[in-house]
Structure formats: structure tokens, C-alpha cells
Design a protein around this ligand. Structure first.
Ligand code: BGP
Length: 473
């Protein structure tokens, strides 16, 4: 059993959850700057002090030290996003902000120093706030042009430093979490038609970004990024299996369009039955067809269960899309159901469906950690639960590779503790590196290595071999 030579091991983060410096060096406000409780409560008028994302974990000033720690773990790849509002503060500006561009030049140069390949998400839930306030976010078609201007700027600027790009983080999440796509209308105000039109606009923007990237430099590789969440039927009743298929189709629709370049029949039927008519402008269909992605990337945290009569079962928490609680699985402290085998299934399903290289760009356990002092007096966290979660998931990646699936790499979420997307807490920690910051904002921001730091270092050093041995250090 082995991971291929050149497998891209690393970690994944997003600008709005860790950079901080929300209003310096010409940066405009992003939608996350007014979402102090993540997806739990509606956005506020202005940024409020309780919003932990405003300071994040201060990567903006600390990036050299943090990248040094990633290099110490042996990272081959590092996933981050560019904050759109650092480059175009209002989204609709005519000219980019040079100070913002310079910051990412510095970050990419620092990565290059350690031979770490950057993997960059163009839009990770952080569109400029102006696009929410004055355009209703991605429901407005004009965002495609603004996005094109932004991506052209960064592709041209960084083409020699960044080869791998992702267009929209978890692009299928727009249906469940429209605020992340700069759509601030409440659930009651927003129509299904507007939502799917927003999804269409993003899909067209994603295809045009792929086109622009390849025109600027054919060596650039562009991937889509989706939430993956396999579902199991609650019983062998065929109607339950149909419910599974329909749930999974809501996600497959996005990869089908990105990879095959057209709306699948089941989506057309769903839209018709829900009286949704998508406005295709001239050229949209050709753009989708001709500019499909080079690879597929996805997040995987959990699976779910489905039934034709969900009301008789207990619901489960989840990464944007919920489902039914699966009685055969355990859950994280935040109710996300832990299912390593599901990752092997997802990898096999994507591979069988598309035969395109796959990149796991998020996977990890959000857990409460306790900072303790070891015998030598060093601060650390004994996070065996995190090692256990990651090890079991990575073993299943190994199984999928053995099944013949082509996997490019794995970036766990997140190598360093940062602010949670859904709850905006610090206490939902994912890192190999502990950051001293609490939910009330207090703390020194000091970084400490957890036990998992050395473990992941050894995983990378041995190209996965340690996953099949006992780890007792
Ligand atoms: C994904 C997002 C990330 C991230 C992760 C964990 O959906 O792409 O931004 O934060 O989930 O979620 P959370 O932070 O809510 O625990």
C-alpha cells in the first residue's frame, strides 16, 4: 500500500479566517467582516468588535513564522485563498490595490523559499461587502465581470509563482449558505430562482476564470471545489435510496457542469419542477462546454443519511448541508458524523464518474483542545483524538489509491488553529499548531506545537508509511 511519489501533502486555510488586518493597506470590507457569528445569525450593519475574523490569528503579520512551521512539517503544498477585497476593495473598482497584491507576492515568495507549492482559492467565502450591499451578491450577473477582472489581475501577476488554482470554495454551498456568496436576503425573501441563478452566475464565472487562466498561461491548472458528503439510505427501501440519489445529485450537479460542461438532465428536471428558469445569456452554454476544469477538488468532513420520510428520524448537524443522524457513526463535539470509509467511497465515486485527478483540499476534526505543559515545561496539546481522525481518513485515501483512484494530494483543514467558518469560534480547533486565542478574543496569539505536529511531519516524511504503524511518541 503506498502513496504515489510526488504526492502533495499539506494544509489548507482561508484568508478571512486567519489573516486578520481586515482594514489595513487598502483592504476593503468583505462579507465576513460583518458576520460575527458565522452562519448562526444575520450579518451586522458594520464590523463589530466581537467578530474574531477581524483579527483572525494575525497571519498578515506572522506569515513568515507560520510558513516556517509548515515547512518544518515538510509541507509540499499549502492551500490558501486571496482575499478579493484586498485586491479590489469594493469588488467593482477599476484598478487593483497594489499593497494587497504585494502581500500575496510576499507570501508566495516565502512559500517558494521552502519549496512549498501554493494552491490558491480565488473566492473562499469572502467577496467584497459592497457586492452584497449594492448588487445582492451573486444573484447579480454583473459580478461575473468583476470576478473576471479580479482573476485576470491575479493570474497575470502570480502566473510564475502559482500553478494550482481553485475557483469557488465549496461552490455547491451557495444553495445552503447564500450569505457566503454575498447574498444577504433572508430565507423568506430569497426565491429558489434567485438562488439557482446565483449558482449559474458562479458556474459561468468559474468557466470564464478557467478560460482566462489557460489563455494567460497554458501551464496553469484550474480545479473546481465542492463539498462532498456521501449519504446512506436509512433502510433498504428503494424510496430511501432514491432520496440518497436526489440529495447527492444536488452536489453532483456542480461537478457535472464543471467537468462535463453542461446541465445534467436530473438538474433540468429539478429546476423545471420547481418553476425555476435560469437565464442563460448568449455564450454561456459554449463557455461551460469549452472551459471545463483540469482537476476536481473537494472538502470531506462527514457523511449523512437520507430517507423518503426524514421526519421520523433524528436530524444531524453538518457542514452547511444536514441530513439524518446515522446511528452507526460517532460524531464530533459539533455533531459532524465521523466516517473515514465515506472518504474512500467519495474518491471512488468521483473517479468512476469523471476520471480526472482528485485533490482532497479539506478534511479534519474540529475539537476543543487543552493546552498543557509537558515534562520539559513546553506548552503542548495531547491531541490523540485528532491523530486518530486523520490517520483513519488517510488510511482510506490509501485504500482508494489502491482501488486505482488518481489522487494528487491532501491538504488537511487547517494546519493551524483559526476562526471557524460556520460558528466563528476559536474553540473549534483543527490545527497541528495551537494558537493562544479564546472565543472572547483574549490570548497572546502565541503558537505552540501539538502532538499531531510531529505525527503529521512523520506522515509526510515517510510518504504515508507511518499510517500503517503504531505512533506512540
Ligand atoms: C468548510 C469551509 C472552511 C472551514 C471548514 C470547517 O466548509 O470551506 O472554510 O472552516 O468547512 O468548518 P468550520 O470552520 O465551520 O468548522
Amino acid at each position: 500500500m503506498g502513496f504515489p511519489k510526488g504526492f502533495l501533502w499539506g494544509g489548507a486555510t482561508a484568508a478571512n479566517q486567519y489573516e486578520g488586518a481586515y482594514n489595513v493597506d487598502g483592504k476593503g470590507l468583505s462579507v465576513q467582516d460583518v458576520m460575527p457569528n458565522g452562519l448562526q445569525t444575520p450579518p451586522t450593519e458594520e464590523p463589530t468588535e466581537d467578530n474574531l475574523k477581524l483579527k483572525g490569528i494575525n497571519f498578515y503579520e506572522n506569515y513568515k513564522e507560520d510558513i516556517k512551521l509548515f515547512a518544518e512539517m515538510g509541507f509540499k503544498v499549502y492551500r490558501t485563498s486571496i482575499a478579493w477585497s484586498r485586491i479590489f476593495p469594493n469588488g467593482d473598482d477599476a484598478e487593483p490595490n497594489e499593497e494587497g497584491l504585494q502581500f500575496y507576492d510576499d507570501v508566495f515568495d516565502e512559500l517558494t523559499k521552502y519549496d512549498i507549492e501554493p494552491l490558491v482559492t480565488l473566492s473562499h467565502y469572502e467577496p467584497p461587502l459592497n457586492l452584497a450591499r449594492n448588487y445582492d451578491g451573486w444573484t447579480d450577473r454583473r459580478l461575473i465581470d468583476f470576478f473576471n477582472r479580479y482573476v485576470r489581475t491575479v493570474f497575470e501577476r502570480y502566473q510564475d509563482k502559482v500553478k494550482y488554482w481553485l475557483t469557488f470554495n465549496e461552490v455547491n454551498s451557495i444553495i445552503g449558505a447564500p450569505a457566503n456568496g454575498a447574498i444577504f436576503k433572508s430565507k423568506e425573501e430569497l426565491t429558489t430562482e434567485e438562488l439557482w441563478q446565483a449558482a449559474h452566475n458562479q458556474l459561468v464565472a468559474s468557466a470564464s476564470a478557467t478560460k482566462i487562466a489557460h489563455e494567460i498561461n497554458p501551464d496553469l491548472e484550474v480545479g473546481c471545489m465542492v463539498i462532498s458528503m456521501p449519504a446512506y439510505p436509512m433502510t433498504p427501501d428503494p424510496e430511501d435510496m432514491l432520496a440518497v440519489r436526489q440529495f447527492e445529485n444536488q452536489n453532483y450537479a456542480f461537478t457535472d457542469i464543471h467537468v462535463r460542461g453542461e446541465y445534467p438532465g436530473y438538474l433540468k428536471r429539478y429546476l423545471k419542477e420547481n418553476n425555476v428558469e435560469i437565464e442563460f445569456e448568449e455564450g454561456d452554454a459554449e463557455l461551460l462546454k469549452e472551459h471545463t476544469v483540469d482537476f476536481i477538488s473537494f472538502s470531506y468532513y462527514m457523511s449523512t443519511a437520507m430517507a423518503h420520510n426524514p421526519e421520523v428520524y433524528e436530524g444531524s448537524e453538518g457542514n452547511i448541508m444536514g441530513g439524518i443522524s446515522n446511528p452507526t457513526l460517532e460524531s464530533s463535539e459539533w455533531g459532524w458524523q465521523i466516517d473515514p470509509v465515506g472518504l474512500r467511497l467519495v474518491l471512488n465515486d468521483f473517479w468512476d464518474r469523471y476520471q480526472l485527478p482528485l485533490f482532497i483540499v479539506e478534511n479534519g476534526l474540529g475539537a476543543k483542545d487543552e493546552l498543557i505543559q509537558d515534562e520539559e515545561g513546553n506548552y503542548t496539546v495531547e491531541d490523540d483524538y485528532r491523530i486518530d481522525y486523520l490517520k483513519k481518513h488517510l488510511q482510506q485515501v490509501g485504500e482508494a489509491i489502491e482501488d486505482g483512484v488518481e489522487v494528487m494530494g491532501y491538504t488537511s483543514w487547517a494546519p493551524i488553529d483559526l476562526v471557524s467558518m460556520s460558528t466563528a469560534q476559536m474553540s473549534k480547533r483543527y490545527g497541528y499548531i495551537y494558537v493562544d486565542r479564546e472565543d472572547d478574543g483574549s490570548g497572546s496569539m502565541e503558537r505552540y506545537k501539538k502532538k499531531s505536529f510531529d505525527w503529521y511531519k512523520e506522515v509526510i516524511e515517510t510518504n504515508g508509511q507511518v499510517l500503517y504503524e503504531d505512533y506512540s511518541k
